[in-house]
Design a binder for this molecule. Sequence first.
Ligand code: BGP
Length: 495
Amino acid sequence: MKDNQVFPKNFLWGGAVAANQCEGAWLEDGKQPNITDVMVGINASEAGLKWNEDTQKWEMCLDPDKAYLSHEGIDFYHRYKEDLQLMAGMGFNCFRTSIAWGRIYPNGDETEPNEPGLKFYDNLFDEMIRLGMEPVVTLSHYETPLHLLTEYGGWANKKMIEFWKNYVTTVFNRYKGKVKYWLTFNEVNNLYRRPVVSAGVLSVNPPFDKNDPLKVSPEDTWQSYANILVGNAWTVKIGHEVDPENKIGCMLTSSCVATYPFTCDPKDVWGAYNIQRISNYYFGDPFCLGIIPGYVKRVWREEGVNPELNEDELALIKDYTVDFFSFSYYRSGTFSKDVENAFDTGGIKGKDNPYLKAVSPEPWKWPVDPEGIRYVLNVLYDRYHLPLFIVENGIGLDEHPDENGEIDDAFRKQYVHDHLVQVREALLDGVDIMGYLYWGPIDVVSAGTGEMKKRYGFVFVDRYNDGTGTLERSKKDSYEWFHKVIASNGEDLDI
Ligand code: BGP
């Protein structure tokens, strides 16, 4: 390796998945349902929940006409050895996945953990380590146990903080010495737009809409915000106490940081900045700086809410900020005062940006903006001065093997290439970047739409939207290319 290389020697290269999108085995070895198990994608406008007047509670009610692909996922629960071997084959020195909370505490409020669930992650982390991959573990990736939502209203209830502390204490102790990098709540900054799944909250106290579980009151939304800030601070505190080697990071979707004003009209400029704040920094500022910003309190005033947070909790938030900032970046968006803002898992949609050359193919059509990742890296570093970790970047495509069983995913190679060129620029700008994890190095169920058709993998999985398929794995064309990129520590990006 050359001495003048731009990517640091200890750069973490790898990929990221989440338990709920790949494991399957949704009711195996003691696990109970979690919130994503009753949803077909987190963008869905309906959830498999109905209000029971007799018990006065929400209860699970799956739609027999819908395919809940996440219940089987890609069967990673049983095939993880083969899958990790494929990841190691690309030279990954790191692999990110989540612990499904409901495997450890099936209902979330038990006092004793579920040993088969703990054992599964022991085996999984051991296998990663054996193959030379540092585990990066998300503690909560849209996997709040359903019981905690239906029984307590989820994070809107202060009791959640105790359940969470119990869970994180258990896993920090159990995986001490095996796992060093921990991420707290995946993309929790989606709370404001998709509270039920992103933040694990349900409205259970009147007034609320008994016909629509996905509607959460402003009181519940903001109380969840407050409780999650406290939960995050406890995570940092407990994580460091259990093992001073632990590094605890937040994980925020940061495509929304690249929200550009559509014009130089001050209303567009201000609007774009405000989107950045109430999409991203409203969590980043407390997580990284230990403060609840004034612009959040303004929203509280305007929405007429006053979340309960006592002095001790505020002190905890102040004292226990994260060690690093991890994030996903998929694409940029624009803000225009003239259009209503729509959002999906990729960020704000706004008006089409005429300066971007590519969008991903139908039906998703996400704009491709590699320079956006350099912008996001610089903005976040200037704001927080913390090491940054890219833990998701990738492109979802509808792909089918050709007559020889091969997939030429040139679009993906170009996408990753162009983004890595910009990551390199950010390193030259002086940004401290810990690593680059590609989202979905093996095809998994889509978070947003709950389908298999939206494929991100370097590895193809033979499974389809109707639930058919052999689940067989095969390498796409990009597999060897990414292997070469990692082998050169990012120096050889040639396609
Ligand atoms: C993020 C999630 C991931 C992932 C990714 C791609 O929001 O953290 O879970 O799936 O986006 O989104 P999608 O699957 O909707 O294309």
